[in-house]
Design a protein around this ligand. Structure first.
Ligand code: NOJ
Length: 574
């Protein structure tokens, strides 16, 4: 693997709607991001990915873009964006925009023109397809529920939308469309952004002709999930190579792909030295326990499954490229609520999970609020939820016979709105996120009286979850993340943390997540006791230094370490 400027960095995802509101509108904005750059710098963040902030009706919270060249007035102005880019540069920080080009919004002028002339040039930017025997061309189900086809009014045509009907798919077979997209990408790159995160990119190539790919239904609705077509769509690589050569390469830009449904064999093609992207998210752990039927059929994730998924990613990526690691993002519930078994959530177990992410090989992305240990929230009714995919899953669960209460429990467990509640800055009204009414309610645990997570199994003290309080507390989750970002940049260890070989340790042990990172300067041993009971671990050699430890004790005798529940340590083994 060739070394790249970004390998040793730390990345951070901002969901702008929920980050920091400077106008009192209840919606976060770009000036709010600029205001918090020093905070991010103090956390050790270098690269910032901003979820979409372009003009949008926000049907899918900005992943439905109506103008690729303009910031939505709710988030600010283009001028605010130029200022943000400049202020980031001043601090040696890099801004990534979210590139959503599988689809745009039905309010984009291309789509409006296509509707006005369904056989004209702009219809060719989309998939306007003839009805087959009076029906939609095939039985694909959109990712957000219902058919992926919608009638083009006044015609016998249907248009394709793999996501919501307000997100018509763009036709990447069309050269003019591709040119428009490259032009737009280069326009942003010329304005100083460092690169892009590529949304839903596996979907841009379709299995064609559509009517040939009618699949066996995977639910009683007679449809099949749209992602099924990805394995039959040939030629994705040609498009991605063209995109790379026309945009990223000439700008030496950073790109990270949202990659689902890939094969292991594709990894070098995606992120090898001449890959389509710099890096990719792998997501193996986020689909654990999932079912095609929907949330009502999901199973909880066990510690061993989580470890095995992470280790599989480490093994299959190996040295072929640098994967990007996450615990959560804006499409997932909060990682600490998901991967720490119920009843075991403490500040200590949050720190444990952070060590596991940061010490694996990969570029770590922190999702906003992860660094302070933000947790899932309680929605008391489906009316409190904004997200379209959650509303669909709730409906599916009800149709499968679940009570309102049981369906709501699923929402509280799996909804991506769990990750979208406002960032918790301090203990003032609405956690200092807004002086207005927040668009989604704030998790009450930003104040001590609303918090419920103890420091550890032996220390019942409950501390509020917010930046200001955690800044003051040397033992906070926030300051723990600072230790992890510092270690990644500490010249004594960075080479091992960034490039050291990943080798599992005692993998046959249940509820234990441990591995070596073997570098040229030293070998680090990372041990994580993934349960709430003590465990003894025979160490494989002498410990030169305890580099990190999330507990007060380090109790070692005769080469045997007695670990507390959820203790995580990083040991320099020389
Ligand atoms: C993936 C994004 O992360 C998600 O938030 C969005 O709903 C879909 N792609 C559609 O753009």
């Amino acid at each position: 693997m060739q070394k790249k400027w970004w390998h040793g960095k730390v990345a951070y995802q901002i969901y702008p709607k929920s980050f920091k509101d400077t106008t009192g509108s209840g919606i976060g904005d770009l000036n709010g991001i600029t205001e918090k750059l020093d905070y991010l710098k103090s956390l050790g963040v270098d690269i910032i990915w901003i979820s979409p902030c372009y003009v949008s009706p926000l049907a899918d919270e900005g992943y439905d873009i109506a103008d690729y060249y303009k910031i939505d007035p709710r988030f600010g102005t283009n001028g605010d964006m130029w200022r943000l880019i400049a202020e980031a540069k001043r601090r040696d920080m890099y801004i990534l925009m979210d590139l959503v080009v599988n689809h745009c919004s039905d309010e984009h002028e291309w789509f409006k023109k296509a509707l006005a002339d369904p056989y004209g040039k702009y219809a060719g930017y989309f998939f306007f397809e003839k009805a087959v025997d009076g029906h939609a061309p095939n039985n694909w189900r959109s990712y957000f529920g219902g058919s992926a086809w919608e009638k083009v009014p006044g015609t016998d045509l249907y248009y394709l939308h793999l996501f919501h009907k307000k997100q018509p798919d763009l036709n990447w077979e069309n050269r003019e469309l591709r040119e428009e997209i490259y032009k737009m990408m280069n326009w942003w790159l010329d304005r100083g952004i460092a690169g892009f995160r590529l949304d839903a990119i596996m979907n841009i190539k379709k299995a064609l002709p559509f009517e040939k790919y009618n699949y066996t239904p995977d639910r009683d609705d007679g449809m099949c999930r749209a992602s099924r077509m990805i394995q039959d769509a040939k030629g994705l690589g040609d498009i991605l190579a063209e995109m790379r050569d026309r945009t990223f390469k000439p700008h030496n830009a950073f790109s990270v792909g949202e990659i689902f449904n890939n094969t292991n064999e594709q990894i070098p093609e995606f992120i090898g030295d001449n890959g389509y992207f710099s890096s990719m998210f792998d997501f193996r752990e986020t689909i654990l326990g999932a079912s095609d039927k929907g949330w009502y059929d999901f199973e909880p994730v066990t510690p061993d499954e989580y470890r095995d998924a992470c280790f599989t990613t480490q093994r299959v990526v190996d040295d072929q490229g640098m994967v990007s690691t996450i615990i959560e993002n804006h499409d997932e519930p909060r990682g600490v609520s998901r991967y720490i078994p119920e009843g075991d959530l403490t500040d200590r177990s949050k720190k444990f999970l952070a060590v596991m992410q940061f010490m694996q090989k990969g570029l770590p992305f922190i999702y906003q609020g992860q660094e302070i240990g933000m947790e899932n929230v309680v929605f008391h009714s489906i009316d409190e939820v904004d997200d379209i995919s959650t509303i669909d899953e709730y409906k599916v669960a009800k149709e499968a016979g679940l009570s309102d209460e049981a369906a709501l429990k699923l929402v509280n467990t799996y909804s991506r709105d769990n990750a979208r509640t406002p960032m918790q800055w301090d203990d003032s009204e609405n956690a200092g996120f807004t002086t207005g009414t927040p668009w989604l309610h704030v998790n009450p645990n930003y104040r001590r009286e609303g918090a419920k997570t103890p420091v550890s199994a032996d220390d019942p003290e409950i501390r509020p979850v917010n930046v200001a309080a955690e800044n003051r507390d040397p033992d906070s989750v926030l300051n723990w993340y600072r230790k992890l970002t510092n270690l990644r940049k500490n010249s004594d260890y960075s080479d091992t943390v960034v490039y050291g070989e990943f080798v599992p340790f005692m993998e046959d042990q249940s509820n234990f997540m441990a591995f070596y990172r073997k570098g040229e300067k030293q070998t680090l041993l990372v041990l994580g006791n993934y349960r709430n009971e003590k465990r003894e671990v025979k160490l494989p050699g002498k410990v030169r230094r305890v580099v990190l430890n999330n507990c007060e004790d380090f109790s070692m005798k005769d080469g045997v370490l007695t670990m507390d529940g959820y203790q995580a340590v990083v040991l320099d083994m020389g």
